[in-house]
Structures are given as structure tokens and as C-alpha cells.
Design a protein around this ligand. Structure first.
Ligand code: A3P
Length: 304
């Protein structure tokens, strides 16, 4: 079954999840053709959770020896490339429209991303020692962010989605790569069962204690910060380089577009804060969503 247009395209239900129809071919092609290597790093996220931000952080982190993230380095790739170009996504870039890319020439560690639920990841990802970093976000902020993003992408002639409309769809599980709760539950369980290969992090945690979580991430990826790097302030340099302030003001992010889908880079930078839902959702909406979240995640130990 398909559902009404959200994010300038239909959503198609496949194996329990709602995939944007235009990405279905990419999803299937990535499942069929992607061959994971043990040194790969895959960033998996729910849409609008800060994927753009964590891509930048991961790129800066694992490439910090080649590209110093200090403010003097005006040649850092993140200053002239959108992070979606540096960390390509399976469904909207590499395998978009059934393309089969040759990824063998990519130097390790290869960095990729996907919005796929854990259940739908290519088999080789699950069978290899490849590291999966999972990022999610409070569903209240995802809804607000998704609402703005949806309307930004929709062609004017298609009209806009009201917040109420996006909200009700989301609550029914109908959102890109949703149901949200099934998506997060899959990776949450994965991180409990296989903590050495699945790292689970929330946008809000990253916002609150970025230094702590960046160091945890570095440990998880097997590239912890050395005492020398700590003394040089490398952690802060990475965070400053990847800050909303810095990235959203770069020319490439103000004017560029994603190569395959044509989405403007600027659409990925709106407010960059936790808690905007307080300005947008009604008390009834909050109550409804809290109830669903509690029901769906009951007993899992995961809370938002
Ligand atoms: P808001 O709409 O709440 O501002 P994604 O990259 O998964 O599509 O998520 C987009 C959300 O991440 C947007 O949230 C966007 O503003 C925010 N974002 C983008 N870059 C960021 C950064 N460097 N730091 C924090 N948040 C960022």
C-alpha cells in the first residue's frame, strides 16, 4: 500500500516500514549489492535526527590525521563539501534508482549512511564486524523538523502539509522509514545485544554533552583521542568545525544541492536545537505522542 504524499513523494509500505517510494529501488539495490568490509562505518538514522551533523562529525573524527580539524586549516573538506557528499547515503545517493556503484576504490575506513531499519540492512553489514552508529531524536522534535522539511521540499503547486497532518500520520507510524518506534527499537535492541558493533546515541545527548559523546564515539570506532590530541584541543576543534553555526554559514551549504536528488543543502539546516516542539505542538499533541511512545517502548529501557 502507498500513502498520501509526504515529503514530495509517496510512502510505500514494505516489510512493516514506510519507505519513500523514490528510494525503494535504492533500498533494494543496497540490500542486494552492498558488500560490507570489517573496517566500514555505517551511520544509520531516523530522518531529521541530525544525520547531516553526525556525518560531519564522523568524517572529521575518522579523517582527523589527514585533515586537521583546527580552525587554521582552511583546506578541510567539510568547509567546501556538504557532509552528505562526504558520507554518501545508500538509498538517496549510492544506490539511488538502482545504480550499482563501485565502492572498492574507497579507502578504509569507508563511511556510509542509511535510513534503513536494522532489519533491512544488507546482510553483509549484519554478518561483518562493520560498525554501525545509530542516531535518533525525540519524536516531538522529529515531527516539527519533518513538517518544516516536508513543506520546504514540496512543490508549491502541491500545497503544504499542516503540522496536524504530519503529526497524525507520524502517530499512525506513517513517516519516512517509520514507524519511528519500530525503527528505534530495532537499533536499541541491536546495541544491547551487540554493543561492540552497534552504538546508539540520541541528538539530545549529543547536544547536551558533545565532548563526552564524541570521545565515546572515538573509543567505539577504535580511534580514541590520544593525550597529545586532548592537549591540542582536537575534540573541541571537531565540535566547532561541525557546529550548526559553522556549517550552516558555509557557502556550500547555503547554495549547493545534493547531487542525485537535487535537494538544497540549506534544507538540512533549520534551527539545530533540541526542544523546538515546545513552540509548535499543542498540549493534546504532546499527550497523545507521549502515550504512544510509552506504550511502544514499554519494558525496553529506552525513553525519550
Ligand atoms: P531542525 O529542523 O530541528 O532544526 P537530518 O540531517 O537528519 O535531516 O536532520 C536535520 C536536523 O538537524 C534539522 O533540525 C537541522 O537543523 C539539524 N542540524 C543540521 N546540522 C546541525 C548541526 N551541525 N548541529 C545541530 N543540528 C543540526
Amino acid at each position: 500500500p502507498t500513502e498520501k504524499a509526504l515529503i514530495s513523494g509517496n510512502l510505500h509500505q514494505y516489510k512493516g516500514f514506510w519507505f519513500p517510494t523514490r528510494y525503494i529501488q535504492g533500498v533494494l539495490a543496497s540490500q542486494k549489492h552492498f558488500q560490507a568490509q570489517d573496517t566500514d562505518i555505517l551511520l544509520a538514522t531516523t530522518p531529521k535526527s541530525g544525520t547531516t551533523w553526525l556525518k560531519a562529525i564522523l568524517f572529521a573524527l575518522v579523517n582527523r590525521v589527514h585533515y586537521h580539524p583546527d580552525p587554521q586549516n582552511q583546506d578541510h573538506p567539510l568547509l567546501t563539501n556538504n557532509s552528505h557528499a562526504l558520507v554518501p547515503s545508500f538509498e538517496s545517493n549510492l544506490y539511488f534508482k538502482k545504480q550499482i556503484p563501485d565502492l572498492t576504490s574507497y579507502a578504509p575506513p569507508r563511511l556510509f549512511s542509511a535510513h534503513l531499519p536494522l532489519e533491512s540492512l544488507p546482510q553483509s553489514v549484519k554478518e561483518s564486524a562493520c560498525k554501525v552508529v545509530y542516531l535518533c531524536r525525540n519524536p516531538k522534535d522529529i515531527i516539527v523538523s519533518l513538517w518544516h522539511y516536508t513543506n520546504r521540499l514540496r512543490h508549491r503547486s502541491m500545497g503544504t502539509n499542516s503540522l496536524e497532518e504530519v503529526f497524525q500520520y507520524f502517530c499512525r507510524g506513517v513517516s519516512p522509514f517509520g514507524p519511528f518506534w519500530d525503527h528505534v527499537s530495532g537499533y536499541w535492541k541491536g546495541s544491547l545485544e551487540r554493543p561492540e558493533t552497534v552504538f546508539f546515541i540520541k541528538y539530545e545527548e549529543m547536544k547536551e554533552q558533545p565532548g563526552l559523546h564524541l570521545r565515546r564515539l572515538a573509543e567505539f570506532l577504535g580511534c580514541p583521542f590520544s593525550p597529545e590530541e586532548e592537549a591540542q584541543g582536537v575534540v573541541d576543534n571537531i565540535l566547532r568545525l561541525c557546529s550548526f553555526e559553522n556549517l550552516s554559514n558555509l557557502d556550500v551549504n547555503k547554495t549547493g544541492k545534493l547531487s542525485k536528488t537535487g535537494v538544497e543543502h540549506s534544507a538540512f539546516f533549520r534551527r539545530g536545537e533540541a526542544g523546538d516542539w515546545r513552540n509548535c505542538l499543542t498540549a493534546e499533541m504532546v499527550e497523545q505522542l507521549d502515550r504512544i511512545t510509552e506504550e511502544k517502548l514499554q519494558g525496553s529501557g529506552l525513553k525519550f
